[in-house]
Design a protein around this ligand. Sequence first.
Ligand code: ADP
Ligand code: ZN
Length: 186
Amino acid sequence: GYGSLEIICGPMFSGKSEELIRRIKRAKIARQNVVVFKPSIDDRYEAEGICSHDGNSIKAINISNSEEILNYINKDTDVIGIDEVQFLEGDTLSICRGLVAEGKRVICAGLDMDFRGEPFGCVPNLLAVADSITKLTAVCMTCGKPAIFTQRLVDGNPARYDDPLILIGAKESYEARCRKCHEIDK
Ligand code: ADP
Ligand code: ZN
């Protein structure tokens, strides 16, 4: 039969990785065959695992293109997890739909908006075709209200709208912010 597509989205620090890890652990307890992937660009922690900001972790396979998923699964695979799905190259929408058509439970976690507040990569399209969506909030680092945005700071100042999406080697940092406190230098 058909599988299903679950999306866990929200800003940085909203607990997306934590929630993905929780669902994967429960599938493993139920003795399901589980494979977890993450884009190799996200190397904030160890090379072969996904880690939440509070230190929980599970094993994950590093890939750069979503097509690589097909090399690591077979007909016995029940559950496929993908963290930081917004950074995967390739036609992630088609790959995920194909997996669901083959009966897999696919769970994707990722940022729904980039630092500018724009829809991020494949995530808006995944949300459109998902069976279930969990949109998490973080705590606004300025006012303490629920935060749906990711604030990028470069040398302590709000990033500019036309900054590249992926900065390499810059003194950048990120904070969760609410709609009122999210700042962007246009
Ligand atoms: P995500 O995958 O969405 O970036 P993680 O699952 O990696 O989130 O991390 C969530 C954890 O981050 C929280 O449980 C908490 O310990 C920590 N954290 C740090 N800053 C914040 C914040 N501003 N709001 C909420 N949690 C935060
Ligand atoms: Zn705020």
